[in-house]
Design a protein around this ligand. Structure first.
Ligand code: ZN
Length: 443
């Protein structure tokens, strides 16, 4: 893999003790950061060198919840307007996912991952659905991840909504991919056991999934209380709230990611905290679907690890962070509400979630011995930039700046805003337009 020297930028380490280090250098060897030091002291001979002067050097961003498969929906006008969240699913997403074929899934992933590289997002936790092309779908996505060179955790969302045979295929797909990841360890790939949401899963299916996941030592990735209707369904059908039901059936735990958690009460927050279950907050999606605003500060105060996901609204984590801040202020009627907690979702808590999947790699932080996932942003700070001011620069400055270079595990995936990938982006987009025309016909 060789060595790479990133020389001369302002290095922002993030991590538990964020340091802002002007005119520093980062030396990467064999996919790992071997040294961070002042540029003048780091005069090693590297296989290649990147001039980072005039740039801010940050760890690659992490997206704790997304769906690659939604890429080809852009501009689709056939879906009837939805009156509520259930209709968003019925009119759009469940019609789309039923029409997906294997090549659509792979193209969707490739394009989403290229967008991630362009925005400095280097680790993604995906949640996949293609009910009539479930088997082999995670291998297809993994192929895209490997080809592009980012890191991703994949899962297939099991659901009873399309009948028993499709549910069985979904269970089998998770098992097969978890077994593949155990058999053929790959630093870029991780697996979770995917579940759609409590309201489309019977107790019997959840029990089967829990038994398989226990056997394989896997955590789950599931949508939880995204809309109030998930709670109404749970109470009416099972007599308990969603988090309680999932806990009884063995779905919660420190390896599980619960996306959304907009409609959880205080007991459920305590249960999420006690079980160590992580939450992925997805504010742009929640606003778009008009389902409500998750109470992130309350969850964090109760000890829940709340990270930040985009639910495929964007691959730009700083855009999602800004949306998270503004909606928190608006929901609280307080322009100072939840700044620290919201910032922590992206910076500290996504790193904690990534650490559960890639233990010890220090993703989300630049540190010696950690994974060399590094992003260079064009940014000349117009006000003092140091540890005390960094948050303001992140939200108001870096978020508006261009990502210049994206590096994952020491491999340069984009430099000077040019992709360095073994694929033709224009050709890929042309093929995707062709496939999406056919997909929209089947929709
Ligand atoms: Zn989602």
């Amino acid at each position: 893999m060789g060595s790479l020297l990133i020389a001369g930028g302002t290095v922002v380490t993030l991590g538990s003790r964020n340091r802002v280090l002007p005119d520093h250098a980062v030396f990467c060897q064999d996919g790992v950061i071997s040294r961070i030091a002042p540029r003048s002291e780091l005069t090693v001979l590297a296989d290649s060198t990147i001039d980072a002067r005039g740039k801010v050097v940050v760890p690659g961003f992490i997206n704790a919840h997304t769906h690659f498969y939604s890429t080809l929906v852009r501009g689709l006008t056939k879906a009837e307007p939805a009156a509520g969240f259930q209709e968003v699913l019925e009119h759009l997403w469940w019609r789309l996912d039923r029409a997906l074929e294997p090549e659509d899934c792979q193209l969707s992933a490739l394009i989403a991952l290229i967008e991630a590289i362009r925005h400095g997002t280097t680790t993604l936790v995906d949640h996949h659905a293609s009910p009539h092309a479930a088997r082999g779908s995670l291998d297809a996505l993994a192929g895209a991840v490997t080809r592009v060179g980012v890191r991703a955790s994949l899962c297939y969302e099991v659901s009873d909504r399309d009948g028993a045979a499709v549910a069985a295929n979904g269970l089998a797909e998770n098992v097969a991919f978890l077994q593949r990841c155990a058999r053929e360890p790959d630093p870029h790939l991780r697996a979770l056991f995917g579940l759609h949401a409590a309201f489309t899963l019977s107790d019997a299916t959840l029990e089967r999934a829990a038994a398989e996941a226990r056997r394989l030592g896997a955590g789950f990735h599931i949508h939880v209380a995204e809309a109030a209707s998930d709670q109404e369904h749970s109470l009416a059908t099972h007599g308990v709230r969603v988090v309680e039901r999932l806990n009884r059936l063995g779905v919660l735990g420190p390896r599980t990611i619960a996306a959304h958690c907009v409609h959880v009460d205080e007991h459920e927050m305590d249960r999420l905290a006690a079980t160590g279950t992580a939450v992925a907050h997805c504010p742009q999606s929640n606003m778009n679907n008009a389902v409500g605003v998750a109470d992130v500060p309350a969850m964090i105060a109760r000890g829940v690890v709340v990270g930040l996901g985009t639910d495929a609204m964007t691959e730009n984590m700083l855009e999602e962070l800004r949306a998270a801040l503004w909606v928190r202020h608006l929901a609280a009627g307080d322009p100072s509400a939840g700044f620290t907690e919201t910032l922590a979702t992206l910076v500290a808590n996504n790193a904690a979630i990534a650490d559960r999947l890639w233990p010890g790699l220090g993703l989300g932080e630049l540190r010696e011995g950690g994974g060399a996932d590094v992003v260079l942003v064009d940014y000349q700070p117009p006000t003092p930039l140091d540890e005390t001011t960094f948050a303001g620069h992140l939200v108001f400055g870096l978020s508006q700046a261009c990502v210049d270079t994206t590096i994952v595990a020491g491999r340069v995936l984009m430099a000077g805003k040019q992709l360095r990938l073994d694929l033709d982006e224009a050709e890929l987009a042309a093929r995707a337009r062709e496939r999406s025309r056919a997909l929209w016909e089947r929709f």
